[in-house]
Write a protein that binds this ligand. Structure first.
Ligand SMILES: Cc1ncc(C[n+]2csc(CCOP(=O)(O)OP(=O)(O)O)c2C)c(N)n1
Ligand SMILES: [Mg+2]
Length: 391
């Protein structure tokens, strides 16, 4: 490989090189700035334990949501099994003032940043507490308090949105960083190219987090690009690109934190690729056995991010035997309580269909709404009270 003209960026000055195995068909970079994959200084025992709790929460939530979906109580789940280190490590690398721009699987990163479980589950039920007011498909989260804008199903659109917001931050002179997450498949979208190009030209305070989980529905990462990995794409835009072990939460936290710090110093964006694996189907509607070999899944199961981190903490005496089970029991108790609360909440009022666009609902929308309610009542779909207050 020819030498890179781009400067090597030391993203972890106090850590040794990462030398873990990446059991994936995509080549990884062993030269140039793209090869920088390292650990930063080890966080305190308390922080490490909290990282494990956050990872376990993602796993418990994923398990429960899939069960609810299979029982027909919620409509759709974008699975996160296997991605816990990538989600939590990248989420925890941000400060509260920073912004998270995401796609389907970043709900766990949002939880790790403080999005309340109540808001998360209300959105899964699209009930009266859903802050998206039922206007999004479930599993499409947002949370104002932690700077987590509502995301779009349209692949890659969050990239230019996040870049625009990062440019606004730069113009206003704020110190916040915009972490823009997307998958391996999204690197083929227009948004990826226009977003990275302008982010680099404008030198905005952004970090691009590409979660390479091996698959874009049924398309493997190896068929997504002819480039030698996704981090190589950074070179075309004149920014550094790094590949990290996405199943090592400390490597993710260290690498993304360094890229965030670089953005905050005004040195511009970095593309960080987290190599990991989507252990389950694309979503609750998908059957991955139709398009991939079990042997590949089994190989990645040996690098389960939760198991790896638990073993590390046990070996260092940061965690005691049996503690993980106790942590999980507490998480499930908290989760189940919230599920019961949200399941009992009423559905979003139908009148919200015509609210929020104008300060006062205009005449033509009132007429449409009243006609709609008449039909809904006739079909038995109207909720109690919907017809009682004609708009
Ligand atoms: C513009 C657009 N094209 C196609 C789709 C259908 N689609 C939904 S998810 C997905 C794959 C995304 O893969 P990736 O970016 O790797 O993210 P992952 O699902 O693996 O997290 C596709 C093609 C879409 N939602 N939007
Ligand atoms: Mg993917």
């Amino acid at each position: 490989m020819r030498a890179s003209r781009w400067p090597t960026v030391d993203l972890a000055p106090d850590g040794g090189p990462w030398d873990g195995m990446i059991p994936h068909s995509m080549p990884t970079h062993s030269e140039s700035s793209q090869a920088v994959a390292s650990r930063s200084a080890t966080p305190s025992p308390e922080v490490q334990r909290s990282l494990l709790v956050d990872m376990l929460r993602v796993r418990c939530v994923d398990q429960r949501m899939l069960k609810l979906q299979r029982a027909g109580r919620i409509g759709f789940v974008g699975t996160a099994l296997g991605l816990e280190a990538a989600l939590v490590g990248a989420g925890r690398a941000l400060e509260p003032r920073d912004w998270l721009w995401s796609g389907l699987r970043e709900g766990g990163a949002a939880l790790a940043r403080g999005m309340p479980l109540a808001d998360y589950i209300a959105q899964m039920y699209c009930n009266a507490n859903d802050t998206a007011k039922g206007r999004q498909m479930c599993n499409h989260f947002q949370h104002k308090g932690t700077n987590y804008p509502s995301w779009s199903s349209v692949i890659g659109t969050q990239v230019p949105h996040g870049v625009g917001a990062a440019y606004a931050t730069k113009l206003r002179g704020g110190g916040e960083v915009h972490s823009i997450h997307f998958g391996d498949g999204a690197t083929s979208s227009n948004g990826f190219h226009s977003g990275l190009n302008l982010a680099a030209v404008w030198k905005v305070p952004a970090v691009f987090v590409c979660v390479d989980n091996g698959w874009a529905i049924s398309v493997p990462s190896s068929a997504q690009t002819a480039a030698a990995g996704f981090a190589a794409k950074a070179e075309a835009y004149g920014i550094p690109g790094v590949t990290l072990d996405g199943n090592d939460v400390l490597a993710v936290l260290g690498g993304v934190s360094a890229a965030v710090a670089r953005a905050r110093r005004g040195e511009g964006p970095t593309l960080v690729v987290l190599k990991t694996y989507r252990m389950l189907g694309h979503s609750s509607s998908d059957d991955p056995t139709k398009y991939r070999d079990q042997a590949e899944v089994d190989a990645w199961a040996k690098r389960d991010p939760v198991e790896l981190f638990e073993a590390l903490l046990l070996s260092q005496g940061v965690l005691q035997a049996g503690e993980r089970a106790a942590m999980e029991a507490r998480l499930f108790a908290e989760l189940d309580l919230e599920i019961h609360t949200q399941e009992a909440a009423p559905p979003m009022a139908l009148r919200t269909l015509v609210e929020d666009v104008y300060a006062d609902v205009p005449r033509h929308l009132r007429q449409q709404y009243n006609r709609f309610i008449t039909v809904a009542e006739r079909l038995g779909h109207a909720q109690k009270g919907d017809g009682a207050f004609p708009l």
